[in-house]
Design a protein. Structure first.
Length: 331
């Protein structure tokens, strides 16, 4: 049953009047009168990039029959992890500088429970391992050999993640021997997924093979709770894609959620976080970052530094791929 306290929190999300430039709510803001909530659009699932369309479809099967957001996001992103033609996530991902495919993933539910794996090799679905870390250990993050050992103990099969196509791309890259993250390249990005289920609960998942040709051992934002993903069931959820180092520098997804708590719409919150990244970096060359957000009312938004970021939305009324707003065209 909806308590008066929750009602007021939900109401705050619908109020444009509460938009402020500060990150944290002030005592004064908490006392500001708020509008009634808009009609809550649920269930709904959104995810980054074009590969999000298929992922949303799988998540929707769960949401549409009244299932939980946490189960939907796990199942949804697994489609992309298991797709060998996708070279930015899971099986078939582009390797690091030394030819190893290393995977990062995290998952978070409506109770602030979360689990993550980083620098995990030879496992097709790191998100499912992250879920087990969340459900079956007292920890949040397992990395490298320890994460692999845990996965094997839980019955995950090991496989070679480096496909012929990705091996060939890496060999060609080695000839040129450059370390240059590519901006806006489809097939070079994380899948981050956020869902609101029919009970009004939020969850999120984020999974990637990371920056192609990264240094061996590099971990990006995607498995870091608060950077690549953050969920607060009172407010909303956010995830990130793009250059993980820049996202981590501002605790990106946590910031987006806090901005929504402070009254911003998902779009405004993503835009403000992007502007903070821009402010904190001397050079924006090749620095693409996109944020995606979903609030408790089922409102969605996305924003990126450069043009080209898009996201997939699935609800009862729409199945669509939207272009996010952005700060600038290419550099
Ligand atoms: N954020 C990911 C990372 O830095 C990569 C991406 O989304 O493109 O590992």
């Amino acid at each position: 049953m909806k308590t008066r306290r929750n009602f007021i929190k939900i109401s705050a999300l619908g109020s444009a009047a509460l938009v402020t430039s500060s990150c944290m709510s002030s005592e004064k803001d908490n006392k500001t009168p708020v509008k009634h909530p808009k009609k809550i659009l649920k269930p709904i699932v959104i995810s980054t990039w074009r590969h999000g369309i298929q992922a949303n479809a799988d998540a929707w099967e769960i949401l549409n029959r009244g299932g939980k957001a946490i189960d939907a996001v796990e199942k949804g992103v697994m489609v992309v992890e298991s797709d060998p033609s996708n070279q930015s996530v899971g099986f078939g991902g582009l390797p690091d500088r030394d030819g190893f495919v290393t995977l990062d993933a995290c998952i978070m539910d409506e109770n602030n429970s979360c689990g993550a794996v980083a620098f995990l090799q030879n496992i097709e679905n790191p998100i499912a391992v992250a879920r087990k870390v969340m459900d079956e250990t007292p920890h949040v993050l397992l990395v490298g050999e320890g994460a692999l050992q845990f996965a094997k103990e839980k019955g995950f099969k090991t496989i070679n993640l480096l496909t012929k196509k990705s091996k060939k791309a890496w060999e060609e890259w080695k000839m040129k021997s450059k370390y240059t993250p590519v901006i806006n390249s489809e097939n070079h990005d994380t899948i981050g997924m956020l869902a609101l289920d029919s009970n009004g609960n939020l969850s999120g998942a984020c999974t990637t093979s990371g920056m192609a040709y990264k240094l061996h051992g590099r971990v990006g934002d995607s498995p870091i709770i608060g950077a690549g993903l953050f969920v607060d069931n009172e407010v909303g959820a956010a995830c990130a894609t793009g250059v993980g180092e820049a996202v981590m520098r501002i605790a990106g997804s946590a910031i987006v959620v806090e901005l929504m708590r402070n009254g911003m719409s998902p779009n405004e919150a993503c835009k403000t976080a992007v502007e903070r990244i821009i402010k904190k970096h001397k050079s924006l060359k090749n620095l693409q970052v996109g944020f995606l957000a979903l609030n408790k009312n089922g409102e969605v938004g996305g924003y990126s530094i450069y043009a080209g970021f898009n996201y997939a939305v699935q609800s009862e009324t729409q199945t669509t791929l939207l272009d996010a707003k952005y700060n600038r065209e290419r550099d």
